[in-house]
Write a protein that binds this ligand. Structure first.
Ligand code: WQD
Length: 342
């Protein structure tokens, strides 16, 4: 079976993707520096799949380390690149670290791929590249706007680097997946989101509030031009998102043209407000969410959701899990974390 290098494979989306790779008869090889994940994740993946994982603990920015991995794993036919810093707010405070880490790690990976003649690349991008779209739902041909944060800018720059490399070398086939909002956890509760410190994102903050770890959830503004005044997002179950990566890899493995670059939105096509999420969580779990309305968070866009027709037409992928299922899985995972004292 083809070996796939998964950078950041112990992370939230990476770990769920590693599970789906095993399921699709790929052999994932993980690189992770554990700057934003834990080794316990590997045990969770092994508990789900019954497989032993090939792990290389190290940093994609380390040229010698990346070279060592490729030399040690001659069966690698493709890469999925997750490894990056991803906190929007933190990127505003630490732009140099974000540009250096997120861009240089991609450059090291691309250099190694060209050196070892590895052709297939799936890149973890984000709907953040669209900013606040003028028209909704947003399609892949919607304009990429000036990023609202250094984090979003690194995603735009990385997409351009990949496209330039595909066009210039004719030796790389690549897909950029523009994620909408990944949420939920594996239904087995063996793996899930592991926010380190205070969560930046809505769902972990919500589940930690219900678990009594946080005092209350603050909704960042209810004066937007949306049905209930709170922001609208396209929340996609992390398992559906993981499966999209396998579909992208299948597509690249079959693609005869050695120089192809495709961009796909990966979302459900449905938008939900923050208050919708709270109501759906309460319905899914029977728990009550303590919240209050606060001021807007700087940099937040008002509303965004995907037109996901292209990925369905070209990769035969569509989201199958509901927001309710994702919130149910997220809550079960939170309870497991609490039982572990986290
Ligand atoms: C969702 C909604 C908040 C927390 C970012 C990145 C995106 C991806 C996911 C990495 C917004 C509201 C949140 C809270 C709230 N990152 N909210 N109270 O900002 O849409 O997307 O994270 O892959 O690239 O841009 O996600 O979960 O932070 O916020 O009211 O305590 O929840 O205002 O409307 P966001 P989020």
């Amino acid at each position: 079976m083809p070996s796939i290098l998964v950078t950041g494979g112990a992370g939230y989306i990476g770990s769920h993707t590693v599970v789906e790779l095993f399921r699709a008869d790929y052999k994932p090889v993980i690189i992770d520096n554990f700057s934003n994940s834990e080794k316990s994740v590997l045990k969770g993946i092994e508990a789900i799949t019954g497989e032993t994982i090939s792990l290389y603990a190290g940093d994609c920015n380390d040229e010698q380390f990346v070279k060592h991995v490729f030399e040690s794993e001659p069966e690698i036919t493709g890469c999925i690149h997750f490894a990056a810093y991803k906190a929007v707010g933190e990127s505003v405070e630490k732009p140099v670290q974000y540009y250096k880490n997120n861009i240089n790690s991609l450059l090291e990976l691309l250099s190694a791929m060209l050196k070892f003649n590895i052709k297939n690349l799936v890149f973890s991008s984000s709907c953040t590249v669209y900013g606040q779209p003028d028209d909704l739902p947003v399609t892949e041909s919607s304009p990429v706007k000036k990023a609202e944060s250094p984090y979003g800018n690194t995603k735009q720059i990385c997409e351009e680097i990949i496209k330039d490399t595909v066009d210039a070398t004719g030796k790389i086939k690549a897909v950029s997946l523009r994620y909408f909002n990944p949420v939920g956890a594996h239904p087995t509760s063996q793996i899930g989101e592991l926010p380190i410190g205070t969560p930046n994102n809505l769902i972990p903050f919500l589940t930690q509030t219900v678990a009594g770890i946080r005092e209350e959830l603050i909704i960042f503004g209810d004066d937007y031009n949306t049905p209930d005044g709170t922001c609208v997002r396209d929340y996609i179950h992390v398992v559906d998102l993981a499966k999209a990566h396998v579909k992208a890899l299948d597509y690249l493995e079959k693609e005869k043209n050695d120089s192809v670059y495709q961009v796909f939105n990966v979302g459900t096509g449905n938008g939900h407000t923050v208050l919708d999420v709270i109501k759906t969580f309460e319905l899914a779990t029977g728990e009550k969410v303590k919240y209050r309305i606060g001021i807007r968070r700087p940099g937040d866009i008002e509303k965004v959701w995907a037109n996901a027709d292209k990925i369905y037409e070209e990769l035969n992928w569509k989201a199958e899990r509901t927001l309710k299922q994702a919130l149910y899985d997220a809550w079960n995972w939170q309870k497991v974390l609490k039982s572990r004292g986290k």
